[in-house]
Design a protein around this ligand. Structure first.
Ligand code: P5A
Ligand code: ZN
Length: 482
């Protein structure tokens, strides 16, 4: 059954299912494997632009793209003890080749620290080769036990953009974590996605890492979604793989590593945070179609001709600007139906061409984000479209950031915090003494998850931990999460 149209904020999870289908982005639930979906052509275009963007951002900072096998032998995956403990119950195993049982079980990679570190031991011998920054864009598999959701929690994560780096000192790995954070800020900023950056609590860091820095955004239903993470891996993997390099003083030591990644969730976030009751609202940079032109049928032959001529002029301008555009001249649809169709698909700018305006050498522009209309003379179109797209991007980004900020409450009043969570408002920040037991206690009491402390670290001076009464060292964020 086709999901019916839903309201964006009030019915967010259902709205999300509706729009994936309505805009023909992604088919989920019909493919007969749980946790796996199909990218349809329109969704694939958005996904592709997102991949181009991350490539651009990583390449310019000296990352090199590689491609590792999807299968990891059991022994490699088990080398780093904490890592395997963290992933043990999420790994898919290949146990047979045809009818033959395999002598060595093969894991479908849940992430690639182990296979990449293994190969680095052959390739990297000296500090002179460092820093080394690799990345790959691949599918990974995780047998997720929490509720799976299209693009948000998949069992095949189809667009995993994972970076893996190697360094000769701890300090250089620290610098790399900062660089990763800068890269992801740039990535999310270009997409207009707002975020909170938190240092995840010890008990929720990536399996095998020294620590994890996470980007979370807030969905329209007040739940947070982790949209990216950067980990300082220390020497955990290099020690486990007995990976040593020659240092400047000629001694041998284990190098230092980081890894960081983003996934399909970023597309889900673009859909979710910018959307509205009419469907998608896409930032112009990643919109598969940036401008749609809709001719308004005319009454007379002569007017019809005028509309046609004007369409050609508009086409000339769009070609000149190098934009991705579509002229919707389908005969079987009324203009109103076309408007609805392209609004659901989030096309940033619509140009309506009608005879009356054409006579005055004008057209109407409608911006998708606010649905505001303006009349523009044909001769001004070449300047107005780019500036309008810029305004749309700025206003999408600002709206999304305002929304996120309005959903974060800093308070030491637990009653207030509890209400904020219960009413699905978003994130609370509560003073924290730094002890695990107090945060875990509050997770229970607030019925929320501890996301970690603000990064960079913010002192909560003068505040007391509301659980134990000790002096607070920082804030702890809590929310319902996906
Ligand atoms: C960093 C890259 C890692 O796996 N290894 C290589 C490190 N980190 S992570 O936090 O486990 O995952 C990185 C990001 O991927 C997204 N993600 C998912 N997206 C969709 N479905 C899933 N099941 C899923 N699991 C993780 C998150 O955004 C996460 O931050
Ligand atoms: Zn405490």
């Amino acid at each position: 059954m086709k999901p019916k149209r839903e309201r964006w904020a009030e019915e967010f999870p259902r709205w999300f299912d509706w729009i994936l289908d309505e805009a023909e982005l992604y088919d989920y639930g019909r493919y007969p494997v749980k946790g796996m979906g199909v990218w349809r052509p329109y969704g694939f275009q958005i996904r592709r632009r997102m991949i181009e963007l991350i490539r651009e951002i990583l390449d310019k900072r000296g990352h090199e793209e590689v491609l590792f096998p999807m299968l990891i032998p059991e022994l490699l995956l088990r080398r780093e003890k904490e890592h395997v403990k963290g992933f043990e119950d999420e790994v898919y195993w290949v146990t047979h080749g045809g009818l033959e049982p395999l002598d060595v079980k093969l894991a479908l990679r849940p992430t690639s620290e182990t296979s990449i570190t293994y190969m680095e031991t052959f390739w990297i011998k000296s500090y002179k080769q460092l820093p080394k920054k690799y990345y790959q864009i691949v599918s990974i598999f995780r047998y997720e036990t929490k509720a799976t959701r299209p693009m948000i929690r998949l069992r095949e994560v189809t667009t995993f953009k994972e970076a893996h780096t190697v360094h000769d000192t701890f300090e250089d790995a620290e610098r790399q974590v900062l660089e990763a954070i800068e890269s992801y800020k740039e990535f999310f900023d270009r997409l207009g996605i707002p975020y909170l950056i938190s240092r995840r609590p010890e008990w929720d860091k990536f399996a095998g890492a020294l620590y994890t820095i996470a980007f979370d955004t807030i969905m329209p239903d007040g739940r947070t979604l982790q949209i990216g993470t950067a980990h300082n891996l220390g020497q955990n993997f290099t020690k486990a793989f007995d990976f040593k390099i020659q240092l400047a003083d000629e001694s041998l030591d284990h190098p230092w590593q980081t890894s960081y990644g983003v996934s399909d969730r970023v597309v889900a976030t673009i859909v979710a945070v910018h959307g509205d009751d009419n469907g998608l609202v896409l930032p112009p940079e990643i919109a598969p179609i940036q401008v749609v032109v809709v001719p308004i049928p005319a009454k007379s032959e002569e007017d019809e001709q005028l509309v046609k001529e004007t369409l050609e002029k508009v086409r000339g301008v769009l070609e000149e600007l190098g934009l991705r555009y579509r002229i919707d001249d389908r005969d079987e649809l009324r203009p109103g139906a076309k408007f609805y169709y392209w609004e659901a698909r989030g096309v940033p700018v619509r140009i309506e061409v009608g005879a009356r305006e054409a006579r005055e050498e004008k057209v109407t522009l409608v911006r998708r984000d606010t649905l505001e209309k303006e009349q523009v003379p044909l001769e001004g179109l070449r300047e107005r479209i780019p500036s309008l797209m810029n305004e749309i991007y700025n206003s999408l980004r600002d709206r999304a950031w305002r929304e996120l900020r309005s959903r974060v409450l800093r308070t030491s009043n637990l009653e207030e915090a509890r209400r904020w969570i219960a009413e699905r408002r978003g994130v609370v920040e509560v003073p924290w003494c730094g002890r695990e037991e107090c945060a875990v206690h509050l997770e229970d009491e607030l019925d929320a998850k501890a996301l970690g402390s603000p990064w960079p670290l913010e002192r909560a001076s003068g505040e007391k931990c509301p659980v134990c009464g000790r002096e607070s060292i920082t804030w702890m964020r809590y929310s319902k999460s996906y």
